[in-house]
Write a protein that binds this ligand. Structure first.
Ligand SMILES: NC(=O)c1ccc[n+]([C@@H]2O[C@H](COP(=O)([O-])OP(=O)(O)OC[C@H]3O[C@@H](n4cnc5c(N)ncnc54)[C@H](OP(=O)(O)O)[C@@H]3O)[C@@H](O)[C@H]2O)c1
Length: 264
């Protein structure tokens, strides 16, 4: 990472929802390499077991991470998860609300089954709301960072045909982030991040091997996410970080670094 980007997560407690696959997994491994204390959840035990193997090759001490089976739609599971994190690792400094799903069949509005709408809104929007509602009071104690994974399809002007529930949920998350940033101004930085490109994860498991090879690697999300995770209190907030622009446009990256230091 360029020297100018200050990634300082050593000993910080960092939580990733949906951190067992795709982008979340890459962020979790990146944070582990930066010596953060890590908590990860997802619904599938098998994938948590796989992650555990990789974490054991990074951490010297198994007490530095905590993995749990949690459905972000289940408020009680989230509550237990947060209580256990405090017990096992300490108060969370960073929450990366990353868990999300999509409609791989890409139905048009009128063909969209109600159950598909409900499933995606329930997980992406309501589940993320339950997650941040659970963790914000803890992040307030540590004066930490909340990062919400959205999408290019959640940005004004990028609503796309045949993606109604996904776009609606991600637009909703951008709004939710603005509300949280306003309510917690000066106490918790609240930012969103989106890859702004198709990343080779389970979201594209319906494509052929050749098609998937043309997509970006999940690695593209790591540096800008860890940059947001390292922000000091009262720094950059209510920003939607475009990860592709961060990588390709040095002026954009420099401007964010300047804003994070409150230089303008
Ligand atoms: N891939 C892209 O190109 C792309 C682009 C823009 C934004 N994103 C966003 O990036 C985030 C991660 O997506 P991805 O592409 O990495 O997909 P992925 O590989 O399918 O990973 C999704 C993760 O979320 C977890 N998850 C799903 N529903 C959950 C629930 N109800 N409770 C707890 N965990 C749950 C999954 O684990 P379980 O299934 O085991 O629960 C998995 O770990 C999503 O918010 C997505 O919208 C992705």
């Amino acid at each position: 990472m360029p020297r100018e980007i200050n990634i300082d997560l050593e000993g910080k407690v960092l939580v990733v929802t949906g951190g067992t696959k795709g982008l979340g997994r890459e962020i979790a491994l990146g944070a582990a390499k930066e010596k953060a204390k890590l908590a990860v959840c997802s619904r599938s035990e098998d994938f948590l077991e796989n992650l555990k193997k990789d974490l054991d090759s990074i951490y010297d001490d198994q007490n530095d991470y905590y993995l749990d089976t949690v459905d972000i739609n289940e408020v009680n599971m989230l509550k237990n998860f947060s209580n256990n994190i405090v017990k096992e690792l300490g108060e969370p400094d960073v929450l990366i609300a990353n868990a999300g799903v999509t409609d791989q069949k890409h139905h048009s509005l009128v063909d969209l089954p109600d159950e598909t709408w409900e499933k995606i809104i329930n997980i992406n929007l309501s589940g993320t709301f339950y997650t941040i509602k659970t963790f914000l009071p803890l992040l307030e104690k540590t004066r930490g960072n909340l990062i919400i994974m959205t999408s290019l399809l959640g940005q004004k002007g990028y609503g796309k045909a045949n993606d109604a529930p996904y776009c609606a949920s991600k637009f909703g998350l951008e709004g939710l982030a603005e509300v949280a940033a306003d309510e917690y101004e000066g106490k918790v930085n609240v930012n969103t991040i989106f890859p702004a490109e198709k990343v080779n994860t389970n979201f594209f498991s319906h494509l052929s091997k050749e098609e998937r090879e043309k997509l970006s690697d999940p690695e593209v999300i790591v540096e800008p996410t860890l940059f947001l995770a390292s922000l000091p209190t009262g720094s950059l907030t209510a920003h939607s970080l475009n990860a592709k622009k961060w990588r390709e446009d040095l002026a954009y990256q420099k401007d964010l670094l300047k804003k994070s230091r409150k230089e303008n």
